[in-house]
Design a protein around this ligand. Sequence first.
Ligand SMILES: NC(=O)c1ccc[n+]([C@@H]2O[C@H](COP(=O)([O-])OP(=O)(O)OC[C@H]3O[C@@H](n4cnc5c(N)ncnc54)[C@H](O)[C@@H]3O)[C@@H](O)[C@H]2O)c1
Ligand SMILES: O=P(O)(O)OC[C@H](O)CO
Length: 334
Amino acid sequence: MTKVAVLGSGSWGTAYAKVLADAGSEVLLWARRPEVATSVNRYQENPDYLPGVTLPITLKATADYRQALDGARIVVLAIPSQTLRENLADWRDFIGPDATLVSLMKGIELGTTMRMSQVIAEVGGVGDERIAVVTGPNLAREIAGEQPAATVIACADHDRAVELQQASQTAYFRPYTHTDVVGCELGGAVKNVIALACGIAEGMGFGDNTKATLMTRGLAETSRLGVALGAQRGTFSGLAGLGDLAATCTSPLSRNRTFGERLGIGESLEQALRRTKQVAEGVKSCRSILDLATKNGVEMPITAAVVAICHEGRRARDEVGALMGRATKPESLA
Ligand SMILES: NC(=O)c1ccc[n+]([C@@H]2O[C@H](COP(=O)([O-])OP(=O)(O)OC[C@H]3O[C@@H](n4cnc5c(N)ncnc54)[C@H](O)[C@@H]3O)[C@@H](O)[C@H]2O)c1
Ligand SMILES: O=P(O)(O)OC[C@H](O)CO
């Protein structure tokens, strides 16, 4: 039986740990707070992040990351993106020499503009062939409720991707493999920013035309950035691109979309942050994504508008005017 460590017991860490346990692996979930581990072990529930979901009896938890990592063939990283560098520095010495490191995170590091797999390679000192990314239209609550969905497992080493695919395949969760790690990670990170924009539009009272416009043009700017960074254009039409964008921009379960809605009704960033217990990755990553785009000479007007609203004190209404007033041009999907 494959031994798996899932580091991070928030909503997605817990839901994906359930998938892995349901698929037959021996899974140990690491929780920062001992009471979360106790609740998983005693009551098969993570009441803070997935209340009402009964976890498999075979899924165990611990507050000791060394115990979780001991003998793990697969190590899943499920913490907020901006905390990865610091946490992995503590964990790296306890990770087995041939373990696969799996990122569930959908963000870009502030300051370095690195993707999560790049942070893992640098801090963990591991080759790309040992790093995989799981991404797609995977709202944790729906997966935990065993509602059917697909995902993408991207890894430079196809055999490892297949190994993880087999370890994640259940009656309700269908993983596809992919080799375009860059495109899959960018799809996951940028859709959070576009979901913020859709939430803002919703909060401002705009309807479906506005949100469809943001999604379509948001995907165009995502793919423009991706191609400039070496991603395959086709990745953005798949689960990691369009699939995740559609789920996140339209679902009331999305933290990014919900956060945007608060901004759209006129709350300040601080007010919205105070009301948000879980991570809405796009709020921080919009800045690193815009930096990455600027460094690479790529125009991302929707991302720039989200940065302006979140971090530069600009009014949403003014940003709508700026976006709509841009020079006219032919439609291009890149
Ligand atoms: N929730 C989803 O539906 C979903 C789906 C796919 C991908 N993701 C991505 O997965 C990642 C994790 O998201 P989540 O939904 O589990 O988040 P969450 O907010 O539900 O949980 C975050 C977890 O990280 C822990 N944590 C917070 N700060 C920490 C720190 N400084 N050091 C260590 N641990 C810390 C929290 O205690 C919690 O257990 C994010 O990048 C998110 O974008 C989430
Ligand atoms: O709740 P969000 O906005 O972090 O989105 C969750 C997932 O990434 C959807 O696939």
